[in-house]
Write a protein that binds this ligand. Structure first.
Ligand code: C5P
Length: 205
């Protein structure tokens, strides 16, 4: 069974994907982390994330980079959304994601194009979303818990810029797969969102 979880940044898709993987005993891949590693490696190389050649050269990043907590920062999220625009980068990361999705026994993957490009045959497709205000608010609390006070207005601007880039790109834009179940988490707490996602999987399979 392949479970595809797509959606915009801070929608709760990562939390939901992790919980589904634990509940159904499936391996989980956070595909955003791969794009984040490419973005970060581009910077380490002294390259420009808007330049396709520089970004492609960074696709050979060492796997140890994936454990770097710096990858989780919003700054690296911005770099990731820049390098992810280049078709060459998406192609370079395709096989790894595809192999993970099609491994025997199934898998849960979360990202932007899992249900549309990486695993269009997925048995379960969830599109997790929430209002911009709710997503900015969650990011704000996350950052505050890390001891970093970022003005809410700045977070809204960053989220909107990233959404626009992810939805507007030509290659594999963030889009709702036509057979996806849309889960809006704006009014849902974490536990309710997870319970609803589990119910969708149970119902579909
Ligand atoms: O999900 P996360 O915020 O970690 O993703 C970082 C960036 O990587 C996204 O803004 C998006 O541009 C890119 N991405 C993508 N395709 C995916 C996962 C992430 O283009 N499957």
């Amino acid at each position: 069974m392949i479970i595809a979880v797509d959606g915009p940044t801070a929608s709760g898709k990562g939390t939901i994907a992790k919980a589904l993987a634990a509940h159904f005993g499936l391996p989980h891949l956070d595909t955003g982390l791969l794009y984040r590693a490419v973005g970060w490696q581009t910077k380490l190389n002294g390259g420009d994330p808007d330049n396709a050649e520089d970004a492609l050269a960074a696709c050979g990043f060492h796997d140890s980079l994936l454990a770097n907590t710096e990858l989780r920062s919003e700054a690296v999220g911005g770099l990731a959304s820049k390098v992810s625009v280049h078709p060459q980068v998406r192609e370079a990361l395709f096989e790894r994601q595809r192999a993970f999705a099609t491994q025997a026994g199934g898998a849960v993957l979360d990202g932007r194009d899992i249900g549309t490009v990486i695993a269009p045959e997925a048995e379960v497709k969830l599109y997790v979303t929430a209002s911009t205000a709710a997503r900015a608010e969650r990011r704000f609390r996350e950052m505050r818990d890390l001891g970093r006070e970022v003005p809410l207005r700045d977070l809204v601007d960053q989220l909107e810029a990233r959404d626009e880039r992810d939805k507007g790109r030509k290659d594999a834009p963030l889009a709702i797969a036509k057979d996806a179940f849309v889960l809006d988490t704006t009014e849902l707490g974490k536990d309710d969102a997870i319970a609803q996602a589990i119910a969708v999987v149970v119902q579909v399979t």
